[in-house]
Design a protein around this ligand. Structure first.
Ligand code: NAD
Length: 327
């Protein structure tokens, strides 16, 4: 494989128009800004079922279950790429399994069908470490592995991965996908996942309030810092099609840590930070997932490499949230 630097690819990309679903969410709000920096504000249409109070560019309300409206917006804005983020996440999904299945699957079908019928050039679909389950290896999960997800969210993401691969094989639709680990960022609140504690904890630390963690102290999970997750998304989408050997979803790794390791990293900056542990229903979900992921194929295919480890991410989170005293 010939290595082409990422920024060379960006400079040579065509003039695409992009539609993002679920753009008001934890990832969507950051991804929208980043795509606008690369493609130009007017070329990136943010959509969500929730209306944005402050829009920094084109925004349209869209319920992803409304295929006619999606099709109308694609035509009106001459869309050539879709980033399909709208979904109900792992912890929230368990409160209403039927609705979660309906939104996560039929939302994806609407995107796939519109993309196929209207000649969309590329689609991005985020999968998740929730596709793994109790029978999956616990450490360094390989790309091809046993997947027996135990949440409706994980089941929907696993099925979604297979539908993406099917649309690629059957219709030649260029879909790229990443199995995101838990995403940690300072820019936006998390949306109801099992890894949300790792974002919330920073806000408590900065306010110097005691934090009650809903996972046990030794529960290790794969995580990634938002700038790495966004960069991975742009890199996999801009890679030449022939580099993409995985058409279901790529394993993606940033870092892995337990709550107590995260607390230790935060206490280097906030020494008197108090944390207690009170596991709830999310503990069972976390226990069914693996603690680390082998992302060798992403590294080989499109040169993926995370920049942030636990120490660097912790310092950067605290800096952005206003805790400036770095010991
Ligand atoms: P989020 O819950 O923060 O955002 C989801 C957005 O979808 C929300 O703004 C919501 O209003 C919107 N939405 C809900 N129902 C909708 C509908 N019917 N039509 C249109 N929009 C609707 O989620 P997120 O964390 O930003 O995740 C984005 C994607 O990444 C999801 O597909 C999620 O499964 C995946 N993912 C996220 C993580 C993570 O840690 N955040 C990890 C793995 C995968």
């Amino acid at each position: 494989m010939v290595y082409v630097p990422f920024y060379t690819i960006i400079l040579t990309m065509p003039n695409d128009n992009i539609l993002i679903t679920g753009a008001n969410g934890q990832i969507g709000s950051v991804l929208t800004d980043e795509l606008r920096k690369h493609y130009g504000t007017d070329r990136v249409l943010a959509t969500d079922i929730r209306i944005l109070t402050k829009a920094d560019g084109p925004f349209e309300q869209l319920d992803i279950l409304d295929q006619d409206r999606l099709s109308h917006l694609i035509k009106e804005y001459k869309i050539t790429q879709i980033y399909h983020l709208a979904a109900i996440l792992s912890a929230k999904g368990e409160q209403n399994p039927r609705r979660t299945w309906d939104l996560n699957m039929n939302g994806l079908f609407n995107v796939l069908e519109c993309a196929r019928q209207l000649g969309i050039r590329k689609v991005f679909y985020p999968s998740s470490i929730a596709v793994f389950g109790p029978a999956t290896p616990k450490v360094s999960v390989p790309q091809e592995t046993v997947m027996d997800p135990s949440t409706v969210y994980g089941i929907s993401k696993q099925a979604g991965e297979q539908w993406c691969a099917y649309y690629y094989k059957r219709f030649g639709l260029d879909i790229r996908s990443l199995r995101y680990p838990g995403i940690i960022g300072y820019q936006s609140p998390p949306g109801g996942g099992t890894t949300d504690y790792a974002v919330d904890i920073f806000h408590y630390a900065v306010r110097k309030e005691p934090f009650e963690c809903f996972l046990q102290k030794d529960t290790g999970l794969p995580m990634i810092y938002m700038p790495d997750a966004i960069r991975a998304t742009l890199e996999v989408m801009e890679a030449p099609s022939e580099w993409i050997s995985v058409r279901s979803s790529y394993n993606l790794s940033g870092m892995s840590f337990t709550p107590s390791q995260l607390v230790a990293a935060i206490r280097k900056h906030v020494p008197d930070f108090k944390v207690t542990y009170k596991p709830d229903f999310r503990q069972q979900i976390a226990d069914s997932w693996s603690s680390s992921v082998d992302d060798r194929i992403a590294r080989q295919d499109w040169s993926w490499k995370p920049e942030y480890d636990l120490k660097a991410m912790t310092a950067d989170m605290l800096k952005h949230l206003g805790h400036l005293a770095v010991l």
